[in-house]
Design a protein around this ligand. Structure first.
Ligand code: F6P
Length: 316
């Protein structure tokens, strides 16, 4: 779909876009049904009193009542869909059965990523992966589609089913309408987003960040993975990293729930995602909660990280 004018975009809603892109019918329906959960989750966010629920999730992090209700909303929608066999959520200890058996898809969700930012009124999001094979042993062919929803001043949804990466905006009529068709990153950007405490970074990572700073990169870090990645996609370049840390060699972010769906979307937009050496999508997770360092964004910055971590480049 080329050369769609701005005037036409507002008439292309999500379902029409997926139909025009020739995506198989069951996958189209599933993506649309998951996108609809974004409306329910955003209503819950608006209704919430933004207070922590006072209990911990399975990873020992403080959990909002909102995390739980977002997870429940997604689970119910998947049960209702008729296309999904299993559901894995960051809010649950194990993969659960949501279908009768024989359904094609397995869905992963981080139902409300960055939810600790709710009280500050910063943007947060939902991250989804859609798999065809087993999540844990399916290899890089397993993930066939990914999407995320951003709850910010606007509600936006980005999806790819292997047909490029596209942005939709939820309009006043409650329809997701096309905003950015086939997002393609530039070779390099001018923003960087870095997680982890400086004192815990490895020397090679320090050198890499110093190099970006010397090249004039501007710091952009909100503490929400979804808006930080969204910024790189919409600004067409830059890098997000949450590196290996002293004491936490696998960094903080989760491979299945956060990194692989974002890597899929970034690669479909012409960008890259690695753990500093190998592609995020090539890593076969061993456990649901596996974490991994991440360098994700436009090619120049991600390849530069690899050069520093491999030791081919040293301090400037
Ligand atoms: O994994 C949850 C998360 O809140 C991400 O959304 C975000 O990128 C990261 O953690 C922020 O971590 P930190 O608070 O260590 O900067």
């Amino acid at each position: 779909m080329e050369n769609i004018s701005d005037a036409t975009k507002q008439f292309i809603d999500l379902r029409r876009h997926m139909w025009m892109a020739g995506i198989e019918v069951d996958l189209r329906r599933l993506i649309w049904q998951i996108a609809v959960t974004g409306k329910y989750i955003s209503s819950k966010i608006q209704e919430s009193n933004r207070k922590l629920a006072g209990f911990e999730n399975i990873y020992g992090e403080e959990q909002l009542a909102l995390d739980r209700s977002s997870d429940e909303i997604i689970k119910r929608q998947l049960e209702f869909s008729g296309f999904v066999n299993q559901y894995a959520s960051e809010e649950r200890e194990s993969i659960i059965q949501v279908g009768k058996g024989g359904e094609k898809y397995i869905v992963t969700a981080d139902p409300l990523d960055g939810s600790s930012l709710v009280d500050t009124n910063l943007a947060i999001g939902t991250i989804i992966g859609i798999h065809r094979e087993s999540i844990l042993t399916g290899g890089d062919k397993s993930l066939i589609a990914a999407m995320y929803i951003t709850y910010g001043p606007l509600i936006t949804m980005i999806y790819s089913a292997g047909n490029g990466t596209h942005e939709f905006v939820l309009n006043r009529e409650g329809e997701y309408v096309l905003s950015e068709e086939s997002i393609i990153l530039k070779e390099r950007g001018n923003i960087y987003s870095i997680g982890g405490l400086r004192k815990d970074w490895a020397q090679k990572h320090h050198d890499y960040i110093r190099c970006l700073e010397s090249e004039g990169y501007k710091l952009r870090y909100s503490g929400g993975f979804v808006p930080d990645i969204n910024q790189i996609l919409i600004k067409r370049g830059g890098v997000f990293t949450y590196p290996a840390l002293k004491g936490n060699p696998n960094g903080k972010l989760r491979l299945i729930f956060e990194l692989q769906p974002m890597a899929f979307l970034m690669e479909q937009a012409g960008g890259m995602a690695t753990d500093g050496r190998k592609s995020i999508l090539s890593i076969e997770p061993k456990t649901l909660d596996q974490r991994c360092p991440i360098y994700i964004g436009s090619k120049y910055e991600v390849e530069k990280a690899k050069a520093f971590l491999d030791g081919n480049k040293t301090a400037i």
